[in-house]
Design a protein around this ligand. Structure first.
Ligand SMILES: Nc1ncnc2c1ncn2[C@@H]1O[C@H](COP(=O)(O)OP(=O)(O)OP(=O)(O)O)[C@@H](O)[C@H]1O
Ligand SMILES: CC(C)(CO)[C@@H](O)C(=O)[O-]
Ligand code: BAL
Length: 299
């Protein structure tokens, strides 16, 4: 596995391999099985895979966890090599944002709301760095996780709107055995928060079960997700409310959103007659976690 530290080296490598399909896997490091699944998918779809590790300062808001974001480079490189990654680009902040840098991507419409409500400049930073990475490591394909669903929508829209010659591939969410979506920030959770973090996937599973049982009212489904998250309780098959074995009493510390939206536009919906997504962001102390689930139209 080759390591590049400068944009020139990355460009040279991409140039030397321009007759092969190459898949790009952008990450911020602190890698887990979710990231490695993207590398494996890239290797299935493309001849070569290049991962990037860069904790991008422009996507963090003032007071967020940029300074304490986990950095585990040795383990990351071992995991990438093991997953069959061919090259890793590890730029510095000065290389990506040299003195005088002042040009940013205005993110597409689908960036409005949800994540942007708590992180107003987040997608401006994400879109800018992803566009730069696409230029610095020119590839035919780029792989992103559905765990960051709104981010995937933003990158797809940017690629379409700006005619970028990159096929954006969305990859399924990889979960822990209790359903918690893998995330680098899970390591911030203490043991009590970790048990309660299961409520995100549980809220989506509750909505899924209710849809199966014929509940097709959007408000009722959103309420069910909110109730599961805030009280830490579930509704059983008979409609009774019950606590969940193994989850400490009480719900998440706060909910940023728990909504059903059009799966493409992320606009609110009134019925379930188009593909739709359940999107959740909730907090445990200062740790903010995301989860989502996509459904096909219900007739
Ligand atoms: N559980 C997962 N399953 C699939 N893809 C994932 C998962 N977690 C992250 N990814 C994807 O990996 C890529 C890099 O994400 P990132 O480095 O921010 O990891 P993360 O675990 O989401 O970190 P954070 O906790 O900071 O949100 C993104 O495309 C992201 O969607
Ligand atoms: C896509 C990304 C690597 C851009 O910094 C980041 O937002 C992430 O890790 O999801
Ligand atoms: N996983 C998206 C990157 C971020 O939260 O900044």
């Amino acid at each position: 596995m080759e390591l590049f530290h400068t944009p020139e080296q990355a460009l040279q490598w991409a140039d030397a391999n321009r007759d092969r399909t190459v898949g790009l896997v952008p990450t911020m490091g602190a890698l887990h099985e979710g990231h490695l699944s993207l590398v494996r998918q890239a290797k299935r779809d493309c001849r070569l895979c290049c991962a990037t590790i860069f904790v991008n300062p422009t996507q963090f808001a003032e007071g967020e966890d940029l300074g304490k974001y986990p950095r585990t480079l040795d383990a990351d490189l071992a995991g990438l090599a093991d997953a069959g990654c061919d090259a890793v680009f590890l730029p510095t902040a000065e290389q990506i944002y040299p003195p005088g840098f002042s040009t940013y991507v205005q993110p597409p419409q689908v960036a409005s709301g949800w994540e942007s409500s708590s992180r107003p400049t987040h997608f401006r930073g994400v879109a800018t760095v992803v566009l730069k990475l696409f230029h610095l490591v020119p590839t035919s394909h780029a792989f992103f996780g559905q765990k960051d669903y709104q981010q995937l929508c933003v990158i797809r829209a940017m690629s379409r709107d700006l005619n970028l010659p990159v096929q954006v591939v969305g990859c399924p969410i990889i979960r822990e055995s209790d359903g918690l979506a893998m995330s680098s920030r899970n390591r911030y959770l203490d043991s009590d928060q970790r048990l309660r973090a299961r409520l995100l996937s549980l809220a989506l599973a509750q909505a899924d079960q209710a849809i199966e049982n014929g509940v097709h009212d959007v408000q009722a489904l959103q309420q069910l997700m909110t109730q599961t998250l805030s009280a830490g309780t579930v509704v059983d098959a008979g409609g009774a409310t019950a606590t969940v074995p193994g989850i400490p009493v009480g719900g998440v510390d706060s909910i940023d959103y728990a909504v059903l939206l059009d799966a493409d536009t992320l606009q609110p919906i009134e019925h379930l007659q188009q593909p739709f997504v359940g999107l959740i962001a909730a907090r445990f102390g200062s740790t903010r976690l995301l989860d989502n689930r996509v459904w096909q139209p219900v007739q």
